[in-house]
Design a protein around this ligand. Structure first.
Ligand code: MLT
Length: 326
């Protein structure tokens, strides 16, 4: 009958398909805090494209934007437990799992992008990735980035630390960040990323800090009047995978996954820097008042925080980062 014939043809096709593509077929779900056009989206989509190409279509990704799978801390935990496949996340919530990750919360450690890339692409970046594997049960695929972070608020332009006096400022879920903003004079409250827009809109919070590409992607210009180029922190956004999932792939596929991530890395970093420059212009056009404060008084005000937390993060690691030759 026609029915049997169709079934047979389908079966033959299925057999020849799997013979042509020996190995696992898998769609990897990837969590992102931001949208497809953001610095994160560009990196994750490039990773997916390369993954498909290198595996001849067997491996692919399904992106889940705007933290649809959960807030950053939940996603990192979820990957650790093996219930979330993969994700890109800022390092903000990671210091809660591995002390050394608070390095990226410490203010004024990295001078510029080249400094941060040289450090992360050295054995120090590898060591941190190893610590993440042991402490969070996640596999680091690439040190992608969010970029340098800057302050926005709805109260007044910030030219010097004392301008932050009395401002209710949201930090990431990091004690170092709370201490930093308290030292600068603000009232600091830690809050998950998923709640920030509403908190700013409702006036529960006056102020936050993030890279320009993030500020643009989530329309913070609608609820914030001042953009202050404080550049206080370089924010990595590592692309990660559940270690259990990673280990479940064949060695050949593990190499494909790592290679796809390494090809996507420079594309992501370049796009991130490009967006930063573009959005500085656009955010001003959208009505934000931009300040370029002298950063020396800010460095001065947070020096005690750097000194106090260095012992927790690891003196050697902090020194290596600050003095890294690039
Ligand atoms: C945050 O401020 O919580 C993060 O920077 C959000 C993000 O990773 O985009």
């Amino acid at each position: 009958s026609v029915f049997t014939k169709t079934l047979l043809t389908t079966a033959v096709m299925a057999v020849s398909l799997s013979a042509a593509h020996a190995g696992t077929e898998r769609v990897i779900n990837v969590s992102l805090p931001l949208g497809p056009d953001s610095q994160q989206g560009i990196g994750v989509l490039k990773f997916g494209e390369e993954l498909e190409r290198l595996s001849e279509g067997r491996l692919s990704i399904e992106p889940h934007y705007d933290n649809a799978l959960g807030a950053e801390r939940e996603v990192v935990e979820g990957m650790g437990f093996g219930i979330i496949d993969a994700g890109i996340s800022s390092t903000g919530p990671m210091g809660g799992f591995v002390d050394e990750f608070m390095l990226f919360d410490l203010p004024y450690v990295f001078e510029n992008h080249e400094h941060a890339y040289a450090f992360l692409d050295s054995e120090h970046g590898e060591q941190l990735a190893q610590l993440a594997e042991e402490g969070m049960n996640v596999k680091f695929l690439a040190w992608m980035e969010n970029g340098f972070r800057h302050n926005t608020n709805s109260v007044r332009p910030i030219e010097k630390p004392s301008d932050l006096e009395g401002i209710n400022h949201r930090t990431q879920e990091s004690r170092v960040q709370v201490d930093t903003w308290e030292a600068l004079g603000a009232n600091a409250t830690p809050m998950a990323w998923t709640e920030v827009y509403t908190a700013l809109q409702q006036g529960v919070m006056d102020s936050q800090e993030n890279p320009l590409a993030t500020i643009y992607d989530v329309n913070f210009y609608e609820v914030q009047d001042y953009l202050n180029m404080t550049q206080h922190v370089y924010s990595p956004a590592p692309l990660m995978m559940s270690l259990d999932l990673f280990n479940s792939f064949s060695e050949e596929d593990q190499e494909i996954i790592l290679e796809a991530a390494q090809i996507a890395l420079p594309v992501q970093r370049e796009a991130s820097q490009e967006l930063e420059a573009r959005y500085l212009v656009q955010l001003e056009e959208l009505g934000m008042t931009v300040t370029h404060p002298d950063l020396e008084p800010f460095r001065e005000a947070v020096r005690p925080v750097l000194e106090e937390w260095s012992s927790v993060v690891g003196e050697d690691l902090v020194d290596a980062a600050i003095n890294f030759e690039y």
